[in-house]
Design a protein. Structure first.
Length: 269
């Protein structure tokens, strides 16, 4: 006797070519409309780009010739930037724990307080960090302090938003078990939800630390201290060889921080 084997195949995936073509056409039309200045779009001056290409090529040539003798002068501002980044991330880490618990539905069933916290976080995230820095520089003066406060506000908005959404998207059977055992919401959060969320917090804290070094280089343009202030100073003097050294230094520092962050994340898994 011979046995016949039946080969099982998945049915072909249905395709709607007209719908795909309509989506592509809509995206192309929207892209073209955003480039029309007559209706408020962005003006793309390709002729101007071609005319001014020589200027850009000259500046790129200067950036490719870094003056490493300028490097010792960047050490102190870079240490200020690292201090701002670490302190801002650490303060935000402490503040983000209660704020995240108040902003997530599983840890805060009270709709009113949850919406209030979410509204404050959304307002915080809606304001650009440069605006925070400019206002704080006018309030407390030029230096590291306005940069530190700006990084703190930026980190709190990022961490609370991302971690609270991750908590809401996960399954929380242990919360139901805690409620069945008669525990209060604070006891359940402390005994079950927080231990389950430490990895989420740590990942976002490390991510905010990486972002702080990059952002602080921009905040210095408005007087918020750190390496960014020196970068803006040298750019103002058209010393692009010194600018190149600062950019390379920022690149190396960010890569080192990212490498350390990846090692710590691998230990936390």
């Amino acid at each position: 006797m011979t046995t016949q084997t039946t080969e099982l195949r998945m049915p072909p995936k249905p395709r709607n070519r007209w719908r795909t073509a309509a989506i592509v056409a809509a995206l192309c039309t929207f892209t073209v409309l955003t480039c029309l200045p007559a209706i408020g779009g962005v003006e793309l001056d390709f002729a101007g780009m071609v005319r001014n290409w020589a200027n850009g090529a000259d500046k790129m040539g200067e950036l490719l010739r870094p003056d490493f003798s300028f490097l010792p002068r960047t050490i102190t501002p870079m240490l200020e930037t690292l201090a701002m980044a670490v302190a801002g991330a650490a303060l935000a880490a402490a503040a983000s724990i209660p704020l995240t618990l108040w902003a997530a539905r599983p840890s805060n069933p009270n709709r009113v307080t949850r919406q209030v916290v979410r509204f404050i976080i959304n307002v915080n995230r809606a304001v650009p960090d440069l605006v925070f820095a400019m206002v704080l520089v006018a309030m407390v003066g030029v230096g590291v302090l306005p940069g530190l406060i700006t990084l703190f506000l930026f980190d709190v908005g990022v961490v609370v938003k991302l971690v609270s959404e991750a908590i809401e998207g996960a399954d929380h059977h242990y919360i139901e078990a805690g409620q069945a055992a008669g525990g209060t919401q604070s006891q359940i959060n402390k005994a079950t939800l927080l231990p389950q969320s430490w990895t989420l917090y740590a990942n976002q804290w490390l991510y905010s630390l990486e972002l702080n070094v990059r952002i602080s280089a921009i905040l210095g343009i408005v007087g918020a201290g750190g390496i960014g202030r020196l970068l803006d100073e040298r750019r103002g003097f058209y010393a692009y060889d010194d600018v190149s050294v600062i950019i390379l230094e920022i690149l190396v520092v960010v890569m080192i921080i990212e490498l350390c962050s990846n090692l710590l994340r691998s230990r936390l898994r």
